[in-house]
Design a protein. Structure first.
Length: 264
């Protein structure tokens, strides 16, 4: 259980320079879920993906360190989303027009491994959300959103009260759901600003959307189950890249599961 949960909740990062293969892979019974992607260059070549040109030629051209392609995320979704694994050769032709000819570029991908069998529950603002699993199984939280998304929610339709349709989400929803429900057979929580704070402008209706799976728990002994903390820090991000980091969440999860296993 501990190994499975650590693989499911961990944020994976992979990168490849121009002319190299990028390879994404998820464990059995999970599929790739692309979180973010970047193709271009934002750091000098001596820090990442050195230039393949001779040094004498490289000094004649000015390296562009503010270069990015807006189609990288969509390309990764097309190539890898919902697959167990994917692999392809990285080059500028994959992403359309080359934004900085003569500058060597690289691809960075952030992804998670989503369980093939998962459940989704939604609660409208101020309603109670209840999660439960069968006997000998416990809740494993995959994602949690509290706020308002652009697509909205069929269960909680948006009522236009003169407020603009703006996306807003709590930054601590996942951490709170892990703390409240992770490793338990059942749990409940109110989809309220009292629990999650208010990430939106006053008057905007919110909802809580939780994706989780029920995992079989096999306690082997009384030794606490310690999960590896993902301490990998992603490269410096620009406004064109979406930051994804879960080191705090993984540390929190490690403590929760260790305590749960020890008590069991």
């Amino acid at each position: 259980f501990a190994g499975y949960i650590s693989q499911v909740l961990k944020n994976y990062t992979d990168h490849a320079c121009d002319g190299e293969y990028v390879s994404l892979r998820c464990p059995h019974r999970t599929t790739i879920s692309i979180q973010s992607s970047f193709y271009g260059r934002i750091v000098p070549s001596h820090q990442m993906c050195p230039s393949r040109y001779p040094h004498s030629y490289a000094t004649l051209i000015k390296e562009d360190v503010a270069c990015s392609v807006g189609t990288s995320l969509q390309k990764m979704l097309d190539e890898c989303q919902d697959r167990r694994s994917c692999q392809f050769l990285v080059n500028s032709r994959l992403f359309g027009t080359d934004p900085c000819p003569g500058t060597g570029k690289y691809l960075i991908v952030w992804y998670k491994c989503r369980p093939n069998e998962y459940k989704s529950k939604v609660a409208c603002e101020d309603d109670k959300l209840r999660l439960s699993c069968k006997k000998s199984m416990v809740i494993a939280i995959y994602s949690a959103i509290f706020g308002r998304t652009q697509g909205g929610s069929l269960e909680c339709p948006y009522q236009n009260l003169g407020m603009p349709m703006i996306e807003c989400q709590s930054a601590t929803a996942l951490q709170l759901m892990i703390k409240r429900c992770h490793g338990k057979r059942s749990c409940s929580i109110y989809a309220s600003t009292y629990e999650f704070g208010d990430p939106c402008y006053p008057g905007i209706q919110k909802h809580l959307n939780v994706i989780y799976t029920c995992a079989t728990f096999y306690p082997l002994d009384n030794t606490p189950l310690l999960l590896p903390v993902d301490e990998t820090q992603p490269p410096v991000l620009t406004s064109s890249m979406e930051p994804v980091g879960v080191s705090t969440e993984m540390a929190l999860l490690s403590n929760i599961l260790a305590a749960y296993a020890f008590i069991t």
